[in-house]
Design a protein around this ligand. Structure first.
Ligand code: ZN
Ligand code: ZN
Length: 842
């Protein structure tokens, strides 16, 4: 009687043994190649969901596979533990965010351990630990001293529901990334990180990231948004500072007929002041400053504006251009002022039609041979129904008429520069990273405001600025820290006079921008990072996480790495060598979500089927980068497969325990065994290739399943000549080794059942044998009078005569012949002239 497959029991057993043996704790070892695999760490929201399980299972398979390939593998886990949900939970349940967070961490850690992930637990870190964020505060101070962290008054995104500001990256289509509320612009004095100082490098280094999904690189490229153009000055009609404009279309300058300012542009109110338009402009500015005018929302709104009553001059035509304040111009992009060219920009075109402003065509499509450019000053503007936005040939543009757009852009920029009216310029869409948050559950910003000395960073020796825990969280009246005199009333580190501590905390994306570095030395007390250990482990060889972080975490982490490099703390330019963005877990066609009622709790699955089945299903159902559709039948199928494997190995155990695995090159084995070995080694090669090339675990698993099916037939049918048990043992060992990264508990149990003493986790990945990969046998079909009566395995080396002899000697055929000699034997050959079918005519 073979033992029953009891996944829960054996999984708990092995998890305990692995932990006791500390198998997954990594040590620096320069004699071995290192491999750092990392999954994006979770926010401790309470429970692990299926998306997490998929993410971490992929990472765990990679970690186990690389260990088996001889790499010194680092595979840590930790907690992105600051953030708003902890405060919301505190409000809803009266639990302190710290308690809520640490309880969640404890629960989720248990869940991860039950999933059998091979994490290096002693390296675990939580970002809300003062021992973590003290180093972040030190980085902040060093950035402040280099001008990379600065405070300024600026219109910023404000989420009324979260009651805090947001970075541009955290606003999606005008809405808060977390709660989906419409975001407003608000003028506030805030802390920024100068990510724009790295714009050029962040863009250029994307070209090095050959193993990132192209989609992510493209999203970052677009977000950074480099454009080459010209900065042009438009003098005011009655003197004063000219208005500066950035444009990528200097070739249309002769067609600029009015000027549009963003409502937040400092000139908007200043120009209108004292004029007839003042009240109207003020009302317009007040109204639109409070509206959702982020980039996404702009597409939706009706273009509107109001004249300031003032004029500027087109620097090349000298025309008077009315200055408008327009709702579709953003302060955050370019200079907040736009030269309006209605003939060649659709938004300007619609605006000009609405307010009856002149439209002047200055670019025409490339003329074909027959339609000669007449340089006619009168253009059919009346018939114009839309702006012509393409490049073409300049008309109505003075000396520049006749030039192609591209040439004209350079020529006009050069001309402006010579005249002192402008210059060629590069602009980025990327803005500085707004990092202050008016929230409690975050890392305090280590700055003190002194009446005499101004802003003073907290001295390094006094770090960390510990987030006080004895606060009342009411959700009202701004940050609880601002209501805590014990926290904010301090004396100035410089002059000792009365001073006030900053009460804003840092965006939690700051913590996740460098946690992967700290994993290399989580116990380091001498400074931010231990250079030697970070130098050994970094960069991360394989990073795995969701695509939703493309222009958030993945951009910030790249920026932070470059900053830390320039601070002399790391020697790498890029943190993540390879990136895999795994697909979502769907059920009934939609992402699993509580609100949709289609959630499957991983805990239930583990209870019902065990961890190995859960892992196997998530790996088998789809390639990792694609979305995965949940299927109860799929889970049951994976469970059945593990049962089949369990039963197969156990039924063969008495035979297998007697022998060692076959270690020969296949010569001298029967054709059946040769063919069987051929299948085993082809499977080894396929699984290795599928994992190595693309992490396509689904096809790798399918190949092993196919091998197990073949094995069942072989185990039933093959005669047990001397070598069969050895060949079977070779096959069983290969299957266990190949499946170990995916279903480590079952694999380890079977390994032990074979009588192996050392842990499977310390074993080597199997190698496909060259001899066994060569096709050694083929199937010969034998017919009697045109009907198939037998199939035989014949060696590829057999001659035609030997094949005929085999066919006639087959017991099944002899039965049909009943002792009579055949009248004729007709061989049929395949393309390689090999006899694959024999028809015996009686
Ligand atoms: Zn929000
Ligand atoms: Zn002072």
């Amino acid at each position: 009687m073979s033992p029953r497959y009891q996944p829960r029991r054996l999984e708990a057993k092995w998890q305990e043994i692995w932990q006791a043996r500390r198998l997954y704790e990594a040590r620096e070892d320069p004699s071995r190649p290192k491999y750092y695999v990392l999954e994006m760490f979770p926010y401790p929201s309470g429970r692990i969901h299926m998306g997490h399980v998929r993410n971490y299972t992929i990472g765990d398979v990679v970690a186990r596979y690389k260990r088996m390939r001889g790499f010194n593998v680092l595979h840590p886990m930790g907690w992105d533990a600051f953030g708003l949900p902890a405060e919301n939970a505190a409000l809803a349940r009266g639990l302190h965010p710290a308690k809520w967070t640490s309880e969640n961490i404890a629960y989720m850690r248990g869940q991860l351990q039950a999933l059998g992930y091979s994490y290096d637990w002693p390296r675990e870190l939580a970002t809300c630990d003062p021992e973590y964020y003290r180093w972040e505060q030190l980085v902040f101070i060093q950035m402040y001293q280099r001008g990379l962290a600065y405070k300024r008054l600026a219109p910023v995104n404000w989420c009324p529901k979260c009651a805090t500001v947001l970075a541009n990256e955290q606003v999606e289509n005008g809405r808060c990334w977390r709660c989906d509320s419409p975001v407003h612009l608000k003028e506030l004095d805030q802390w920024f990180f100068k990510i724009t100082a790295y714009a050029e490098e962040l863009l250029a280094d994307l070209d090095q990231l050959n193993h990132w999904p192209e989609r992510v690189a493209t999203m970052q490229r677009n977000w950074i948004g480099k454009s080459q153009g010209a900065e042009i000055q438009f003098p005011l009609e009655d003197g004063g500072e000219p208005i500066k404009v950035f444009t990528t279309r200097a070739d249309t300058l002769f067609g600029a007929t009015f000027m549009s300012l963003a409502p937040e542009h400092p000139l908007a109110l200043e120009l209108a002041r004292g004029g007839a338009q003042e009240a109207e402009v003020r009302a317009f500015v007040d109204y639109w400053s409070a509206q959702n005018r982020s980039r996404g929302a702009l597409e939706e709104i009706t273009k509107e504006g109001v004249a300031t009553g003032r004029y500027c001059l087109n620097p090349v035509t000298g025309w008077k251009m009315p200055i408008y304040v327009a709702n579709f111009v953003l302060m955050g992009y370019g200079t907040g002022a736009v030269m309006a060219v209605p003939a060649h920009d659709q938004r300007d075109f619609e605006f000009a039609q609405k307010y009856r402003l002149p439209i002047r065509v200055v670019v025409e499509p490339q003329p074909t041979k027959n339609t000669k450019n007449t340089k006619n000053e009168k253009q059919p503007v009346a018939g114009l129904t839309a702006a012509y936005e393409e490049d073409g040939v300049l008309v109505n543009s003075g000396d520049f008429s006749g030039l192609a757009s591209a040439r004209a852009r350079e020529a006009i920029a050069d001309y402006l520069e010579a005249q002192g009216l402008g210059k060629p310029a590069v602009h980025f869409r990327l803005r500085d990273w707004l990092i202050s948050r008016q929230r409690y559950w975050g890392a305090p910003i280590p700055i003190i405001y002194c009446e005499k000395c101004g802003m003073v960073p907290v001295p390094a020796a006094e770090l960390p600025v510990v987030l006080p825990l004895d606060v009342r969280i009411t959700g009202e009246g701004g940050s609880p820290l601002a209501q805590l005199p014990d926290f904010y009333e301090v004396s100035c580190p410089n002059c000792g006079g009365p001073a006030r501590r900053e009460v804003d905390t840092m965006d939690t994306f700051v913590e996740s921008s460098w946690y992967f570095l700290r994993y290399a030395c989580p116990d380091y007390r001498e400074g931010i990072l231990d250079k030697a250990r970070v130098g050994y482990w970094l960069p991360v060889d394989q990073y795995i996480g969701g695509i939703e972080h493309a222009v958030l975490h993945l951009l910030y982490a790249r920026f932070f790495t470059k900053v830390l490099r320039d601070l002399g703390l790391v020697q790498i330019d890029e943190p993540f060598q390879r990136l895999l963005t795994q697909g979502m877990v769907l059920k009934d066609g939609a992402k699993m979500a509580k609100s949709k009622g289609n959630v499957v709790d991983p805990e239930y699955l583990i209870e019902e089927y065990g961890t190995d089945t859960t892992r196997l299903f998530l790996l088998f159902a789809a390639p990792p980068e694609r979305d995965l559709e949940w299927s109860d039948q799929g889970v049951a199928g994976c469970h059945r497969f593990l049962h089949r494997l369990w039963n197969l190995v156990n039924s063969l155990l008495p035979e297998l325990q007697q022998v060692a695995a076959y270690a020969g090159d296949g010569r001298g084995l029967s054709p059946d065994l040769q063919e069987f070995r051929h299948k085993v080694h082809r499977t080894i090669k396929k699984v290795t290739d599928d994992i190595e090339d693309s992490f396509h675990f689904n096809t790798a698993i399918a190949a092993v399943m196919e091998l197990v099916n073949t094995f069942y037939l072989a185990a039933e049918n093959l005669p047990r000549n001397t070598a069969a048990p050895e060949v079977f043992r070779e096959a069983v060992e290969a299957i266990i080794l190949l499946l170990n990264p995916m279903v480590p508990h079952l694999a380890e149990e079977l390994w032990q059942a074979l009588g192996r003493q050392t842990s499977l986790q310390l074993c080597c990945w199997p190698e496909a044998q060259a001899e066994a990969l060569e096709e050694c046998a083929f199937t010969l079909v034998v017919q009697v009078n045109g009907k198939v009566r037998s199939r035989l395995v014949a060696p590829v080396t057999a001659t035609a005569a030997e094949i005929q002899e085999m066919a006639l000697a087959d017991p099944a055929i002899q039965k049909w012949l009943q002792g009579q000699a055949p009248r004729r034997v007709v061989p049929v050959q395949d393309k390689q002239n090999r006899t694959v079918l024999i028809n015996i005519v009686t």
